[in-house]
Every structure is written in C-alpha cells, then in structure tokens.
Design a protein around this ligand. Structure first.
Ligand code: FES
Length: 306
C-alpha cells in the first residue's frame, strides 16, 4: 500500500494501520510524518510548527561563494547554487509560526525587496516554502510513541535540519529495531530525560497555543459577512449558525470551507502566499478547497455550500 494517507494506527501484536485505501498489519510501525499524526504521546504539545522561505535569484551581484547565516534579526541565509546560466543566489529568511503571520505573501515580498536592495540586478527565478517542527528541548524525537512500546515508533522535530537529523533518526531507529547499539542515539530518544530540560519552553509553547485558540474563536465575531474577499485573499467569518467559515477568492472563484481544524479545534487562518488554510495551533494545513495538505490532522475539511 503506497501513496495512501493513513487515518489510524491501532492494536498491538500486530499493529494495524488503517489508510484511505485499506488496512495493513506489521510487527513494528514507524510514524515519520514530521509531526506524528497520532496524538498519544502528546508530541504536538512539545513542538511548534514553523514556516520558512527560500528564493532563488539569477544575475545577483556581487556573487556569493559559500553559505552564510546572519547572527542578528531578521535572519537571512545566503548561499550559491549552480544554475543553467550561471550561479544562482539562494536567499532564506522571514520565517514565522504556521498560521501566525498576518500575510505570508508580504514576508516573501519583503525578502525579495531586501535581496534587490543588497544585490542589484538580482532576478527572482524560483520560490519555495517549507514547514518544520522545532521541539521545546531543541533536539529531534526518535523512539517509542509512548513509553514502553517498541512496536510503534515516531521520528520528527528536525527543526530545519532534516538533511542531517533525518539521517540520524533513520540510523537510530534501524539500530534500535535491528537490536544494535548506537550510543549517541540515546540523546534523541523520544522519552529521554533530555525532554525535561524543555518543560519550561513547552509550557510557553502551550500558553501561545491557548492564546491562538482564544484569538481564533473570538476574531470572527468582529467580522460580519458580506462581500467576497479580494482576489487572493481569504478570511474567517461566522456562518448562519455561528460557526467559523473560511471564505476565499482565488482565480475569481469564491470558496467556503469550515474553518475549524479537525485535529483539536483550532480556527484556521488564510495563507495568502500558498492559498491555503493553516492552523496556528499545531500546523495542520488545508488547500483552498479544504483538502488536507499536512497533519497532524488526518482528514480534510468538508466544503460548505454557498
Ligand atoms: S493542528 Fe492541532 S488543532 Fe489544528
């Protein structure tokens, strides 16, 4: 079973995986979905979802050789990369908590303006965005979903270092599952004592989540319904029974979706760069039609009829 979205993981000996297209069983299951789609273990309460941006420019002068990261704020990262017609300049920065920026589009525009100011002649060729989870104790989590279970593992929280942390997680997991011993892997263990160092930060994260939950449910009260949002825009309004509804206009089409995240009830916000609905609590994302893009939610929003 490949390319099928998993909805549930239940049972033990064997573990049963229920996906959109059927079920599968296994002695051991690794949930490697960035943020685990399973709430047991409470990993969603130990990490924050962050979005970040990277842009490619041709013709930038002066050229940059190597990789650089600013020490101050707002952060900027610069590096060069080979392009079809000469070196490209890659510029990263202006990241923010998922669903917590008033205009991700403005963040990208600001990054473009900054680059053109410092590298006259730079021409934008590509843009990317990424989503990462940053844990409260600043290390990935790799190991059992809940203490004592060796048949259900998780890996994630790579904090923008997936190219290295993802490999480290794979090595740690394979060693563990094949009865090997990798000494350094202990520090990544999902239930190691290192987590305790992150408890104050986790408390702060969850206070922010509580604030975003409250803000999300109160904000639509100040926005009466009415005209469709401008092209590329979206906003949350209350529908006729008083529930938050996301209304957006993309390519001239007005769409309405329920604006309540099916994970734990956060009220979604419009992402004007990606034309998606993003959850400010734990980072689930849905496209303009409400289709699930990434979890921890495991199901889509259902379209609201006009
Ligand atoms: S992702 Fe948890 S409430 Fe939306």
């Amino acid at each position: 079973m490949e390319g099928a979205r998993v909805r549930r993981v239940t049972g033990r000996g064997p573990v049963i995986v229920t996906a959109e297209t059927g079920t599968a069983t296994a002695h051991t299951v690794v949930v490697a979905t960035n943020m685990p789609i399973l709430d047991r273990g409470g990993f969603f309460a130990r990490a924050s979802a962050e979005r970040s941006y990277c842009l490619a420019f041709a013709g930038a002068e002066p050229t940059v050789a190597g990789m650089y990261l600013s020490a101050d704020s707002p952060s900027r990262s610069l590096r060069d990369a080979p392009g079809p017609d000469g070196p490209l300049l890659l510029v990263g920065g202006n990241g923010h908590g998922t669903g917590r920026a008033s205009s991700p589009r403005a963040r990208i525009d600001d990054l473009v303006a900054w680059t053109r100011q410092h590298f006259p002649g730079a021409e934008l060729t590509h843009t990317w965005s990424a989503q990462d989870y940053v844990t409260s104790h600043a290390l990935p989590f790799v190991g059992p979903l809940v203490p004592g279970r060796s048949d259900l593992m998780v890996a994630g929280g790579y904090a923008k270092w997936g190219m290295t942390n993802g490999v480290a997680a794979a090595l740690a997991l394979s060693s563990r599952l094949l009865d090997g011993h990798t000494e350094w892997a202990a520090v990544l263990d999902s239930w190691s004592a290192a987590w305790l160092r992150g408890v104050p930060q986790a408390a702060l994260l969850n206070a922010e989540v509580g604030f975003e939950m409250t803000r999300g449910w109160l904000s639509p009260l100040t926005r009466p319904g009415g005209r469709a949002p401008a092209e590329g825009k979206g906003e949350v309004r209350l529908d006729h029974v008083g529930l938050p509804t996301g209304v957006s206009t993309v390519d001239g089409v007005v769409r309405r979706v329920p604006a309540v995240c099916p994970h734990l009830g956060g009220v979604l916000r419009w992402n004007d760069a990606e034309h998606s609905w993003d959850c400010p609590l734990h980072g689930s994302r849905f496209d303009k039609d409400g289709a699930l893009l990434e979890g921890p939610a495991t199901c889509s929003l259902t379209r609201v009829r006009d």
